[in-house]
Design a protein around this ligand. Structure first.
Ligand SMILES: NC(=O)C1=CN([C@@H]2O[C@H](COP(=O)(O)OP(=O)(O)OC[C@H]3O[C@@H](n4cnc5c(N)ncnc54)[C@H](O)[C@@H]3O)[C@@H](O)[C@H]2O)[C@H](O)CC1
Ligand code: K
Length: 506
């Protein structure tokens, strides 16, 4: 799913109004109905006492008024609070206010105007609050009376659901100023870029998005470097196996991993590579890893280093279809030199993780040796070691895109909403995964999956998208059974099979 900027969304909005054609008030009604359909399922009216909708006077407030009316129609007890902090009212806000006033005249809805925090009501514990104060029209940081009201609301214990954008959050740049802290955000048509960055989680909460029927052809024609990885992208990538296939057609991966005290990383990656469907896997380990590898992963072949404890040399590189290097590798001098030699002599996309990235961070001149189309999988700390400190995630994302373009590689920045940046400067944000996956070895599993997919002749972009999605999906299935707290990297490997089954049914 493409992610549009606020300006582009406004253009898509205007295009839809002109070409569908549809009146803007009817588009607002359609958006509000979409919100309401989700809301009634998520918060059945038996589960709390009342809905209070807090509205600004722009179109976000207009949505709020329409939602208040639609919820009343569905039998909810609704109160509307209109923030009287400006005289600027949009036309669609005014029309919807008229419509709600008719309900007020019938004693079906309560409407109250609020000009300062002192006039805010005391909400009951069972009330749910809908934030329709400001949406994508935010054009300056929130201060003054509105900031006081937001602070007051954030102090309340009530569940807050934001319409389109949590009030105060800038969608396309870092947020400054006061913000509502929503528990849920229902975004129209696309998630906003800011929702995907961890610093905004506090304001956005869990987000969902749904189409409000903006013109899809127009959206397809808009140039945006940002995508959200949804099941339909993944469905198009995933290849079912041919009935007559045998292990020879699923490739032979070489994983160069592990050092004394860090063999677990190699084991996890090797198991994940197998579970991702590789035909054959050879794992290259120092002598100390021989027995443990043979015992822990009997399906893998082992190539032994000359050194007892670390990686120093590997032969026969051309015979493997894919190579992945780095998990638990160490950054000792001889390992560094061996990595440099390998990079200079490899000519196909390679997966680089963990210590391979730390080594590159120490020797930035070596970046140019990385084969084009390779996949680098840093977590934020490794990213910082390679490319330096940044101020916020918008800046980090810019840097990630620039570096991917500069070196002609795919950079997968791991975290909530893991982001894949391509050599073309395009970003794909993952939609699967959960906080339980922030656990030792989780990244090793991803590296194994990526090597497994590359071996099966998914191209690097396909492997990145499918890889991060299935890794997160395995995590989501595992968390449902094991809990986020107890989830281990080994569980990710064990639930990979269930994740593939789910993928097949998408
Ligand atoms: N995406 C769509 O296609 C649709 C979106 N809808 C909804 O419309 C809002 C955007 O509405 P808009 O009127 O442009 O903006 P807002 O309601 O967010 O507010 C505008 C209002 O607020 C003033 N303002 C801006 N910053 C501040 C500030 N810091 N403090 C105080 N006031 C501020 C600004 O000057 C304006 O007067 C979108 O989010 C959706 O909810 C449609 O309903 C359906 C189609
Ligand atoms: K809002």
């Amino acid at each position: 799913m493409k992610i549009l900027s606020t300006t582009q969304t406004r253009e898509a909005d205007a295009y839809t109004i002109a070409h569908e054609p549809i009146l803007s008030i009817d588009l607002m009604e359609r958006a509000s109905r979409t919100f309401t359909s989700w809301f009634v399922k998520k918060f059945p009216k038996s589960t709390f006492e009342m809905v209070s909708v807090i509205c600004g006077k722009g179109n976000n407030g207009g949505d709020g008024l329409a939602i208040a009316r639609l919820l009343e129609e569905r039998g909810y007890d609704v109160a509307v609070f209109i923030l009287n902090l400006t005289d600027n009212e949009t036309e669609d806000f005014k029309t919807n206010l008229e419509r709600v006033r008719q309900l007020q005249d019938l004693n079906k809805v309560v409407i109250k105007e609020v000009s300062s925090v002192e006039e805010m009501p005391v909400f009951g514990g069972d009330e749910i609050l809908i934030d329709a104060m400001l949406g994508s029209g935010l054009n300056r940081p929130i201060t003054g009376a509105l900031a006081d009201i937001l602070h007051f609301l954030n102090e309340c214990e009530n569940t807050v659901v934001a319409v389109d954008v949590p009030t105060g959050v800038f969608t396309d740049m870092p947020t400054v100023g006061a913000c509502i802290e929503a528990d849920y955000t229902f975004a129209f048509e696309f998630p906003k870029l800011a929702f995907l960055f961890p610093e905004n989680f506090h304001y956005v909460g869990d987000f969902v998005c749904a189409s409000i029927g903006l013109d899809q052809k127009y959206i397809a024609s808009v140039d945006s470097p940002y995508y959200y990885i949804t099941s339909d992208i993944v469905k198009r990538i995933y290849k079912r196996r041919d009935k007559f296939a045998h292990k020879g057609v699923f490739g032979h991966a070489l994983l160069i991993m592990g050092s004394y005290g860090k063999m677990g990383a190699a084991i996890l990656a090797t198991r994940a590579c197998l579970r991702a469907g590789v035909g054959l896997v050879t794992v290259h380990v120092p002598i100390c890893g021989y027995e443990v590898m043979q015992t822990a992963v009997p399906e893998a072949m082992v190539s032994l280093d000359e050194d007892r404890f670390i990686f120093t040399k590997v032969y026969d590189l051309p015979k493997y279809s894919t190579i992945a290097i780095g998990c638990g590798l160490s950054t000792k001098n001889r390992t560094r030199n061996a990595l440099c030699y390998m990079l200079k002599h490899l000519n196909r996309p390679t997966v680089l993780d963990a210590d391979a990235l730390n080594i590159l961070g120490q020797s930035p001149d070596w970046f140019e040796y990385i084969p084009k189309g390779s996949i680098l999988t840093p977590h934020p700390k490794e990213f910082e070691r390679m490319f330096g400190k940044v101020y916020d995630n918008f800046e980090r994302n810019e840097l990630q895109r620039r570096k991917a373009q500069e070196f002609g590689v795919y950079i997968i920045l791991k975290g909530a909403n893991t982001c894949v940046a391509t050599p073309e400067g395009v970003c794909y944000f993952n939609s699967t995964g959960n906080p339980g996956m922030g656990t030792a070895g989780s990244g090793d599993v991803l590296t194994g999956i990526l090597a497994g997919l590359l071996s099966q002749e998914y191209d690097p972009l396909e492997a990145c998208i499918l890889g991060v999605y299935i890794h997160g999906l395995a995590g989501d299935i595992a968390a449902e059974v094991e809990s986020e707290e107890s989830l281990t990297a080994g569980d990710l490997v064990n639930y990979l099979g269930k994740a593939f089954l789910k993928l097949r049914k998408l």
